[in-house]
Write a protein that binds this ligand. Structure first.
Ligand code: ZN
Ligand code: ZN
Ligand code: ZN
Length: 148
């Protein structure tokens, strides 16, 4: 392993454990692994994918443990659960910049949609109704390029 790679790896572990410490959680290999998986993933991931990721990293954690960790992360606001009406939840790292999702109703692939034009709408909601919007969710359903 090259030195730069080692440093990067150490730094990553460091920030992940700091992040857990910040919300009052102790770092365990499974918690760190799940946090890393969520940060690396470019789309919301389900529990089965998290288990695969942990296995690849040789981190021991059964389904119950992974569910328990993901529930704690959700309560602490590290993770946002996302429901695509596919009979399971997916999870995404909460500190990602504002973006939305497209899900293919045929093959189930999920893509991030980076453009967001909700700013004006949110401004109007607060102006007209006096409501404070803290976050919003918007999903697009349809057919991906392969399924069309
Ligand atoms: Zn996303
Ligand atoms: Zn598709
Ligand atoms: Zn948005």
């Amino acid at each position: 392993m090259q030195l730069s790679c080692i440093i990067l790896h150490v730094m990553d572990i460091h920030t992940c454990s700091q992040e857990l410490h910040y919300v009052g959680l102790k770092s365990t290999p499974a918690r760190l692994g799940i946090l890393e998986a969520l940060k690396l993933s470019r789309r919301p991931i389900d529990v089965s994918s998290l288990i695969v990721f942990l296995k690849k990293k040789k981190i021991q954690a059964d389904r119950v443990t992974v569910f328990r960790i993901i529930n704690i992360f959700t309560k602490k606001g590290i993770v946002i659960p996302i429901q695509f009406n596919e009979g399971k939840l997916r999870y995404e790292y909460a500190s990602r910049p504002d973006h939305h999702h497209f899900i293919c109703t045929s093959c189930g692939i999920v893509e991030d949609v980076l453009d967001c034009t909700m700013g004006e709408i949110i401004k109007n909601i607060s102006k007209k109704k006096g409501l404070l919007v803290k976050r919003h969710a918007l999903e697009f359903f349809g057919l991906c390029a392969n399924c069309q």
